[in-house]
Design a protein around this ligand. Structure first.
Ligand SMILES: *[C@@H]1O[C@H](CO)[C@@H](O)[C@H](O)[C@H]1NC(C)=O
Ligand SMILES: *[C@@H]1O[C@H](CO)[C@@H](O)[C@H](O)[C@H]1NC(C)=O
Ligand SMILES: *[C@@H]1O[C@H](CO)[C@@H](O)[C@H](O)[C@H]1NC(C)=O
Ligand SMILES: *[C@@H]1O[C@H](CO)[C@@H](O)[C@H](O)[C@H]1NC(C)=O
Ligand SMILES: *[C@@H]1O[C@H](CO)[C@@H](O)[C@H](O)[C@H]1NC(C)=O
Ligand SMILES: *[C@@H]1O[C@H](CO)[C@@H](O)[C@H](O)[C@H]1NC(C)=O
Ligand SMILES: *[C@@H]1O[C@H](CO)[C@@H](O)[C@H](O)[C@H]1NC(C)=O
Ligand SMILES: *[C@@H]1O[C@H](CO)[C@@H](O)[C@H](O)[C@H]1NC(C)=O
Ligand SMILES: *[C@@H]1O[C@H](CO)[C@@H](O)[C@H](O)[C@H]1NC(C)=O
Ligand SMILES: *[C@@H]1O[C@H](CO)[C@@H](O)[C@H](O)[C@H]1NC(C)=O
Ligand SMILES: *[C@@H]1O[C@H](CO)[C@@H](O)[C@H](O)[C@H]1NC(C)=O
Length: 412
């Protein structure tokens, strides 16, 4: 019964949208370094070969089925020397999505699908300073569990990080809801960052003995949603989101770091979600993750700030009218853009009706007319007065025609 429950879970929505403004695919890493593994990008500071990564960011690319003439699509990417599988690396978000194993309880017996009893998902591994480059992305993962009449706990250092309860009543014919709010499955956010976690499954009365069902628990990317449906064997590993940091030092006063090598890049302190949400938590995070920095591209630039020289590239704002609306003439500039009204109009071209017709006749010093001035939409007419002929735009350009010869009557 419980196994059937577990097998009936599918990932409904893997909310991985490709960033519209992503940098060019061609130079994401250092020259001569491997940039792809299967269908995965390997952006610097991550790298496979020696000299191709910053300390702690080594990754391993392996064939799923060992050596042989297998297709490149059969390659998998792993953090470090290769137990934690990478699903996606994001440079701007400074995150890596991993394929994370469930904790599994067979009745009351813990049978881990990951390392013995714990979930570490590469946390704390990396640059060997005891802190590591990876931590659980703060506030962006949840404890997710399946089973029934069970409370599932996520513990770290003997403290509870998150807990959720999943129920099932005999005779209750309600269907499980998509949000897994406690009927056959449950979920609850995780708000801390530890170097390792441990799953626990208890009966509703708090005892660890005699669980009524097999129980599965995951640390799961918060953005993923679930729905019951056809069985799917892949459901035993689900994506979790890790933060990564260049260095567990701050940016040293005025935002410098040897890692931010691109032009138009800067060092960003307190880059953790924790710091963004609550600065006072930033400096005292349990595992020391609070002190850290990453690199960012300047405003108006996108790309890879860790690459020397040209990693951060100018964004052509004019190509992205949804983000940078322009209802006039858009001109890209280095690090910015200009949005101007078409000739004859003035105002704020960034808003739909921002450009107004210029009444040229009201500004004779800007739009000289020495005849009769008539404003039009986007332009104006200037004609010599009735009975005169010539060039109304220059002073004295209009004159009367008298019997075949012109008299230089000055008009205007
Ligand atoms: C890579 O391929 C897998 C399976 O074909 C797919 O689920 C995944 O979305 C792909 N990832 C990227 C980054 O294209
Ligand atoms: C690769 O990373 C792992 C763990 O992050 C580390 O133990 C190992 O020494 C690294 N290997 C190299 C060649 O840097
Ligand atoms: C980056 O973070 C944003 C906001 O949480 C998210 O919508 C987007 O999917 C993320 N991109 C990647 C590549 O992880
Ligand atoms: C995640 O790992 C499991 C078990 O190794 C594997 O079956 C599954 O294909 C992996 N998922 C992806 C998207 O590669
Ligand atoms: C957690 O609790 C166990 C048993 O009570 C104890 O042996 C262990 O030292 C504790 N660990 C920490 C990190 O407090
Ligand atoms: C707790 O409940 C389980 C059944 O779920 C039962 O086997 C066990 O005896 C109960 N323990 C206590 C202390 O009541
Ligand atoms: C940082 O820069 C500001 C101006 O940009 C300057 O006033 C300040 O002295 C600098 N601080 C250090 C420590 O260099
Ligand atoms: C990390 O910080 C230390 C101390 O400031 C510095 O010596 C080292 O070069 C930094 N490493 C990187 C990759 O920025
Ligand atoms: C930030 O965290 C501190 C320490 O836990 C707390 O006292 C403070 O109220 C928090 N501030 C906000 C805005 O949440
Ligand atoms: C942070 O840690 C420092 C020393 O480790 C301590 O003096 C300070 O009170 C702590 N701050 C908070 C908000 O816990
Ligand atoms: C034009 O309108 C936009 C959107 O309301 C505003 O952000 C911008 O500051 C305006 N520009 C000028 C020059 O007023």
């Amino acid at each position: 019964m419980s196994r059937r429950v577990a097998a009936a879970l599918v990932v409904l929505c893997a909310a991985t949208t490709v960033a519209v403004l992503a940098g060019d695919e061609d130079d994401i890493t250092l020259p001569g370094c491997r940039s792809r593994c299967g269908n995965m990008s390997i952006p610097y500071p991550f790298g496979v070969e020696a000299g191709c990564y910053l300390p702690g960011f080594n990754v391993t690319c392996r064939r799923r089925n060992g050596d042989g003439p297998a297709a490149a699509a059969d390659e998998l990417l792993f953090l470090g020397d290769g137990t934690v599988q990478v699903l996606e690396i994001s440079i701007p978000n400074a995150t890596v999505l991993i394929n994370s194993s469930a904790g599994y309880f067979d009745g009351d017996k813990y049978v881990s699908l990951s390392s013995p009893g714990t979930w570490s998902g590469a946390l704390g591994s990396g640059d060997g300073d005891g802190v590591g480059v990876y931590s659980l992305a703060w506030g962006r993962n949840k404890l997710f569990a399946m089973g029934y009449n069970v409370q599932v706990r996520l513990e770290a250092d003997n403290e509870t990080s998150s807990v959720c309860v999943s129920l099932f009543f005999e005779g209750n014919f309600a269907a499980p809801t998509d949000d897994c709010a406690g009927f056959l499955c449950c979920q609850s956010p995780i708000w801390d960052q530890r170097t390792s976690y441990r799953f626990k499954a208890l009966s509703l009365n708090g005892s660890a003995a005699s669980l009524e069902s097999d129980t599965y628990a995951w640390i799961l990317d918060s953005e993923l949603r679930f729905q019951y449906g056809a069985p799917q064997k892949d459901a035993l590993t689900l994506p979790a989101l890790l933060d990564w940091r260049i260095n567990h030092t701050t940016c040293h006063a005025n935002a410098s770091s040897p890692a931010c090598r691109s032009r138009h890049s800067f060092c960003h302190d307190g880059s953790l979600e924790v710091c963004r949400r609550n600065d006072s938590l930033c400096h005292n995070s349990t595992a020391g993750f609070g002190r850290a920095h990453i690199c960012r591209c300047d405003e108006g630039y996108r790309g890879n700030p860790y690459l020397p020289n040209n990693g951060c590239k100018d964004v052509n704002e004019c190509d992205h009218p949804d983000t940078y609306p322009c209802h006039g003439i858009c001109t890209n500039t280095d690090g910015g853009y200009k949005c101007e009204c078409v000739p004859g109009f003035a105002g704020n071209a960034s808003v739909p009706t921002g450009c107004k017709d210029i009444d040229e006749c009201a500004h004779p010093h800007l739009y000289p007319c020495y005849g009769v001035c008539l404003n039009k939409m986007g332009s104006f007419d200037c004609q010599c007065k009735r009975g005169t002929y010539g060039d109304p735009f220059t002073k004295g350009g209009c004159s009367y025609l008298t019997g075949g010869s012109t008299s230089k009557d000055l008009l205007g």
